[in-house]
Design a protein around this ligand. Structure first.
Ligand SMILES: Nc1ncnc2c1ncn2[C@@H]1O[C@H](COP(=O)(O)OP(=O)(O)OP(=O)(O)O)[C@@H](O)[C@H]1O
Length: 366
């Protein structure tokens, strides 16, 4: 059985002599959630518009449930989809009528409308707001209404374009977790655009990274967060250490690669190293441990001085100058008990398992 709900290939969108999108292949499977990331202007929203059949590409194949899309019937496909935007676009009426409106337009019988609207108001925790004017709602409540409006249609695919971007952090976190539960419990397939990589492990079955109108990586959440394919993707997923190095040796039997970075010899446990001598060493700040006293002098342990402290969610990161700067997150204990002072001499350490190497030869400075 073809589990692909949406499949596109060789898709190109040109506007005013510029290529806005150029995508070889992309698909979305039944029940799957894809999180789409990319810098501003990468083409994420434009891709959603094409997948929603709101914009026709210049060229390319587009299949919906295995059948070639008929653009002249775009409305019939759109009725099987729903969209949620960053700003809740609500009608100036009650919450109940906002949620019911799509079903009314589609001519559903009254009892079915009441039943479905109630179900989704309850599911999104907004039943108590049913008779409130949509105008009087907070940002978080409005976005819950937007989600209910989309989900009440029981679409086959739902597209969400930065749905949490305008919300404060606690509101965002509860809504994020509720949405993740809903997406797991229903058979709806979804594509969610975000600039917040922390949403990837909560929501995604697969993550897709775009840049300059192209798809540059498709990966599992774990892969994209720890094994980004390029410096661009690394910066999108919060990798704060991208250190230039040169490969000095290999231990192929044990999957080890030795890299010189500044005056340091770094060990990476990597079975398929990049095909170049010059590399970037990529490391998540969470994988760099900072210590005031040295516990064990293992591989990849070095001495340095705290040069900068920065907020990082509810925590901090320290930039430790070891000849080259390494960014480390600081444990709760260290944050609470005052090990943090700029100028303090510390040790940092990271496991060879956590080191990801990418080719630096292919990267030309912009
Ligand atoms: N109708 C159009 N005519 C010309 N250029 C367009 C048109 N629509 C989009 N673009 C350009 O296409 C590029 C992709 O825009 P798009 O909004 O899809 O990016 P995005 O990844 O969603 O960005 P953001 O994260 O800022 O929302 C941008 O450079 C934009 O200016």
């Amino acid at each position: 059985m073809n589990r692909k709900i949406i499949e596109i290939s060789n898709l190109v969108l040109n506007k005013e002599k510029h290529t806005i999108l150029d995508i070889d292949t992309f698909y979305l499977e039944q029940g799957e959630t894809i999180v789409l990331i990319g810098p501003n202007g990468a083409g994420k929203s434009t891709l959603l518009q094409i997948l929603m059949l709101l914009q026709r590409p210049t060229a390319g194949d587009f299949y919906f449930r295995g059948e070639k899309v008929r653009w002249e019937d775009s409305l019939s496909y759109r009725r099987r989809m729903a969209m949620v935007f960053q700003e809740a676009l609500l009608l100036e009426t009650t919450v109940y009528h906002n949620v019911a409106s799509g079903l009314v337009i589609r001519g559903f019988p009254k009892e079915q409308i009441q039943e479905r609207v109630k179900k989704w108001l309850v599911r999104l925790g907004i039943e108590h707001l049913s008779y409130r004017s949509a105008r009087s709602l907070s940002g978080g409540e409005s976005q819950r209404v937007s989600l209910a409006r989309a989900l009440v249609l029981e679409p086959e695919v739902i597209f969400l374009d930065e749905p949490f971007a305008a919300l404060d952090e606690p509101t965002r976190n509860t809504l994020l977790s509720d949405l993740a539960d809903i997406l797991r419990d229903t058979s709806v397939s979804s594509i969610i655009v975000t600039h917040n990589y922390a949403e990837i492990p909560v929501l995604a079955d697969r993550a897709v990274a775009m840049d300059k109108g192209r798809i540059v990586q498709v990966a599992t959440p774990w892969e994209i967060l720890t094994r980004p394919a390029s410096l661009g993707v690394a910066s999108l997923v919060g990798i704060k250490n991208a250190i230039k190095g040169v490969i000095t040796g290999y231990d192929n039997d044990n999957g080890k690669v030795f890299v010189k970075a500044g005056q340091h010899d770094i060990v990476a446990n990597v079975f398929t190293p990049p095909n170049s001598e010059k590399v970037y060493i990529l490391l998540r700040p969470e994988d760099v441990k900072m210590m005031v006293t040295l516990e064990k002098n293992e591989a990849n342990t070095m001495r340095g001085r705290i040069g900068k402290l920065m907020p990082y969610g509810n925590m901090f990161t320290a930039v430790v100058d070891c000849g080259i700067p390494f960014t480390a997150t600081i444990s709760h204990e260290q944050a609470l008990h005052g090990d943090l002072t700029i100028g303090r001499d510390v040790w940092i350490s990271f496991s060879p398992d956590r080191v990801h190497l990418i080719n630096a030869q292919a990267i030309t400075p912009e």
